[in-house]
Ligand binder design. Structure first.
Ligand SMILES: [Zn+2]
Length: 294
């Protein structure tokens, strides 16, 4: 990994140059798009994480271009859990409709479009952007309006009434730029909803280095304070925080629990569990509703 980048050792949120190494890299092999799969089971493996002395933000300061991995990303396992992801989308949209009952909705990092599918059912006019052309094609095959790429995107026609970034902001090395692009496409009275892991949560502190959100694809680790600061820098302000639950198949959850178990305790999930949706909440993610600053 290169140390020569201009991005190196500059806080992605407050631009301070005073960063201290918090945990060295645990990556033993060259990175490839496989490490960036949504369903990557290698918890605890990350690039070197630095803490900003200015604002406290935790970032993988040596990575400066993660986008290259997403454009070629394929994740066969992702669509196996369609039913559960649709359920998750419905739950997120319950938060959206508390603020906006209809209008235009842009989903940034749309994947194969679960959130858009469910938002359409509620009557929203939907569009998504997704950097992985493989995921993007799958969304388009479902008849969804998903553009392959990232923000800013010249094909979009802003402003939008709702903008969502679900588990996106922890994947980018320029969070303030991404959020500024979001500000740029929001209508004056629009709301934004983002979800990201909370590195200060109890689960994160209890599981330490093996916290399931410590993974190669997560390059920025937010707290309530640092996500608020990033929003502020982008001309946005948080108006509500909550703790979203995750909805997964029981089989998927068991296979992931195996990561934490010694080999003699490994679980072998029966296939019937694939059809069972489990909601669980470790209270270790944040859902943030935000608006433009007035
Ligand atoms: Zn900082």
């Amino acid at each position: 990994m290169s140390d020569k980048t201009t991005n190196d050792k500059v806080c992605w949120i407050c631009a301070s140059r005073s960063l201290e190494l918090m945990r060295p890299s645990s990556i033993r092999r060259p990175l490839s798009d496989v490490n960036f799969a949504i369903t990557d089971p290698n918890y605890g493996i990350t690039s070197a994480i630095y803490r900003c002395q200015g604002c406290g933000f935790l970032q993988c300061a040596q990575l400066n271009d993660t986008l290259q991995y997403y454009s070629t990303l394929k994740d066969e396992e992702y669509d196996n859990s369609a039913q559960h992801r649709l359920h998750q989308a419905d739950k997120l949209l319950q938060t959206v409709t508390r603020y906006k009952k209809s209008g235009s909705l842009l989903d940034v990092g749309a994947g194969t479009g679960y959130l858009l599918q469910q938002a359409q059912l509620l009557g929203f006019e939907t569009v998504g952007v997704e950097p992985s052309s493989w995921l993007c094609e799958k969304a388009v095959k479902k008849g969804l309006n998903v553009l392959c790429g990232v923000l800013p995107n010249p094909v979009l026609s802003p402003p939008y009434d709702v903008v969502t970034l679900i588990d996106v902001i922890e994947h980018v090395t320029n969070p303030v730029d991404v959020l500024s692009s979001v500000t740029g496409v929001m209508a004056g009275d629009a709301i934004g909803v983002l979800v990201t892991p909370d590195v200060e949560s109890l689960a994160a502190r209890l599981t330490g280095r093996r916290w399931w959100h410590y993974r190669v694809a997560h390059v920025g680790y937010f707290t309530r304070k640092t996500i608020s600061l990033a929003l502020d820098r982008a001309g946005l302000r948080p108006i509500a925080f909550s703790r979203p639950a995750w909805y997964l198949s029981a089989a998927y959850l068991m296979s992931r629990l195996n990561v934490y178990l010694p080999s003699y305790l490994k679980l072998n999930p029966p296939t019937v569990l694939n059809r069972l949706t489990v909601g669980f909440n470790l209270f270790d993610s944040m859902l943030v509703v935000f608006q433009k600053k007035r």
